[in-house]
Design a protein around this ligand. Structure first.
Ligand code: NAP
Length: 253
């Protein structure tokens, strides 16, 4: 018997943790709409890879900071669902996209503060709102947070504050969307080897530093996080909502 594949929308799915999530979901027979901000070629490569793996996939441009554009983005998602899948709704939303601006608290500019809040809080807030009618009842939402909401690292005050607020939003969404059977959780990665923050976590210096502060003795890989998201979006995740799940290999506890 063939089952209808699930469809996930992953913001920032063109590389890093988002691509790790797309790959893990593809391995779990889930189709993917991924977004990118400016890296069109990487997004096209990612879509190609997912298609070669046997999934349907599509890429759309999105800048989560541009909240005025979100209704038009939602309309574009609706058109893609119709054209590629002949469906009205998607099953999963993964709010993952983002970048970081680091500075000591004393030096962080208002512009950098606003940027962090817009990308990591306001963007996911209003993107989720814009997509509500396109998420199926019984669907699932994952917000990608950070383990920096549990401990402190100088230079990350605005970033971690925005992510802390995203975790609070996760609880409120879980409550308000619960009547529709939609689960909402946050996944909090530890240091993960991606381009994030200038790609520091990829360096040999970081590998040593993070290994020393992590129970499992190494830096995280995008696949480590992707598999956790895929597990929460799989059958075992149906009774988990309003939770913060850390995936950091036991970093700094
Ligand atoms: P990454 O490798 O730099 O990838 C970022 C992705 O987000 C790319 O697809 C990028 O698109 C997209 N993006 C960036 N800014 C965007 C914006 N304003 N609007 C829409 N898309 C945007 O980063 P990552 O490490 O995978 O990070 C993914 C998430 O994990 C972020 O929310 C981050 O805060 C969180 N996280 C990362 C780490 C870590 O150590 N890596 C740890 C904890 C949490 P383009 O390529 O087109 O720019």
């Amino acid at each position: 018997m063939t089952t209808t594949p699930k469809i996930a929308l992953i913001t920032g799915g063109s590389r890093g943790i988002g691509l790790g999530t797309a790959r893990a979901l593809a391995a779990a027979d889930t189709d993917v709409i991924l977004t990118y901000r400016s890296g069109h070629d990487e997004a096209a490569d990612a879509v190609n890879e997912l298609r070669v793996a046997g999934r349907r996939a599509h890429a759309l441009a999105l800048d989560v900071e541009q909240t005025a554009d979100l209704p038009e983005f939602a309309a574009a998602v609706g058109r893609v669902l119709k054209q590629e899948w002949d469906r009205e709704r998607l099953d999963f939303l993964v709010n993952n996209a983002g970048s970081v601006r680091m500075a000591p608290f004393a030096d962080l500019s208002e512009d950098d503060f606003d940027f962090m809040m817009n990308v990591h809080l306001k963007g996911p807030f209003f993107l989720t709102q814009a997509l509500l009618a396109l998420i199926t009842d019984g669907g699932r939402i994952i917000n990608i947070s950070t383990n920096l909401t549990r401990f402190t690292q100088p230079g990350m005050a605005a970033y971690a504050t925005a992510k802390g607020a995203l975790e609070t939003l996760t609880m409120y969404l879980a409550k308000e969307l619960g009547p529709r059977g939609i689960t909402v959780n946050s996944v909090a990665p530890g240091a993960t080897a991606t381009d994030f923050g200038g790609g520091f976590a990829r360096s040999s210096e970081a590998a040593q530093l993070f290994a020393g502060m992590t129970a499992l003795g190494r830096v995280g890989q995008p696949a480590d996080i992707g598999r956790v998201v895929a597990a929460l979006l799989g059958p075992a995740g149906n009774w988990v909502t309003a939770q913060r799940i850390e995936a950091s290999g036991g970093m700094m506890f």
